[in-house]
Write a protein that binds this ligand. Structure first.
Ligand code: C5J
Length: 228
């Protein structure tokens, strides 16, 4: 692996990656999940639990841009006619105001609506890739895998929300496809802190059965260290 970076502090054991073959995947940093009036709020969640994630993701994005990593942003949003939304997903939760309905941030979880947009701290740059996805996993009904293979990407760093739903689902999908995955633990969040903690434990258990975990500082320190 050329110009390889070793994250010695990663769990369950050191993680090695080469920037040229690594992408950062930032999952669903949208107003619909982080702000009052969006989908997460409609489901009864305390969106304040995610407050720390956006500034940390901004730092991660700045670091990844300096390292010239390929950056992918995912967006959970449905087509305007909801043709890609299974009736089961729309019915789930029995919400008075649910997917496709008009809410304070526009139609909930629908592309082009204010709620589907990214929070300012995690907004994509024009050169970065945005993958709109209808499901929890970033690989389901998208061309993400094709794009990654075309770009020669073998390693993925994951961040975003929520840890145990869309982040973990996407990381599992990537792991099954042979990508070497690491979750940046302080750049992901859940409405339920205990779910975040346990989701990360599940990822790194059994010798890293789904992948690795490390905080941003450990990645940044590894990248800054002189090549050995
Ligand atoms: C959820 C997500 N929680 N982005 N979506 O429905 O995790």
């Amino acid at each position: 692996m050329s110009s390889c970076i070793e994250v010695a502090a990663a769990r369950p054991y050191p993680y090695r990656f080469a920037p040229a073959s690594t992408a950062l995947v930032v999952i669903d940093m949208q107003r619909d999940f982080l702000e009052r009036g969006g989908f997460g709020d409609m489901l009864g969640n305390d969106v304040g639990q995610l407050a720390a994630v956006a500034p940390r993701c901004a730092q991660l994005l700045a670091w990844a841009r300096r390292l010239e990593l390929r950056i992918i942003h995912t967006q959970e949003a449905h087509a305007k006619d909801l043709a890609d939304c299974p009736p089961s997903k729309r019915a789930r939760g029995g919400l008075a105001t649910g997917i496709g309905d008009a809410g304070p941030l526009g139609r909930i979880l629908v592309e082009g609506e204010p709620g589907s947009d990214f929070v300012a701290e995690a907004a994509p740059l024009a050169r970065e890739t945005v993958i709109r996805k209808p499901g929890k996993g970033a690989f389901y009904a998208t061309n993400l895998e094709h794009q990654l293979r075309c770009a020669g990407i073998t390693h993925l760093l994951f961040a975003g929300v929520t840890t145990e739903v869309c982040v973990q689902t996407s990381m599992r999908e990537a792991n099954d496809r042979g990508f070497e995955c690491l979750i940046v633990e302080d750049c992901t969040g859940s409405y339920f802190p205990q779910f975040k903690r346990v989701a990360i434990e599940m990822i790194v258990a059994q010798g890293g059965i789904v992948g690795w975990a490390a905080p941003l500082d450990a990645l940044a320190a590894a990248a800054a260290a002189p090549a050995g």
